[in-house]
Design a protein around this ligand. Structure first.
Ligand SMILES: [Zn+2]
Length: 123
């Protein structure tokens, strides 16, 4: 599976959120926390590993160069430019991993649109 497919797959399962990776809610019937919403990177994690993730697991997967998500999708470490036209936001970190969060939180791109952008990079 490639990264764009994982984001689309994860996005089908929960609504989008902003400024956090994954939001959880308490499911009273199951007496446990379940995923309520995901950002684009959270959707990639859910699309890859499934919905039965604890918060700490999801956070670990999202961070660090040697973490499993980056090993699985090396494109996350590729440096590129923000695809939003006339983006005024200049950052030192321009990796795909950073820009996924930036497009989600700053430009409010849908996860499907972010997946389309990544798919073009994957070609
Ligand atoms: Zn931007």
């Amino acid at each position: 599976m490639n990264l764009s497919t994982a984001i689309r797959k994860g996005a089908e399962q929960h609504p989008q959120c902003f400024l956090s990776l994954i939001n959880y809610r308490l499911d009273e019937m199951l007496s446990k926390f379940v995923i309520r919403e995901t950002c684009a990177l959270g959707a990639a994690i859910v699309g890859t590993y499934g919905s039965d993730l604890k918060e700490v697991d999801a956070l670990q997967l999202s961070m660090g160069k040697s973490h499993p998500l980056v090993e699985m999708y090396p494109i996350l470490d590729v440096s590129t430019n923000c695809p939003q036209r006339e983006c005024a936001f200049k950052e030192n970190d321009t990796t795909v991993r950073y820009l996924i969060t930036h497009l989600n939180d700053y430009h409010h791109w849908t996860r499907e649109k972010i997946a389309d952008w990544i798919e073009a990079l994957e070609q």
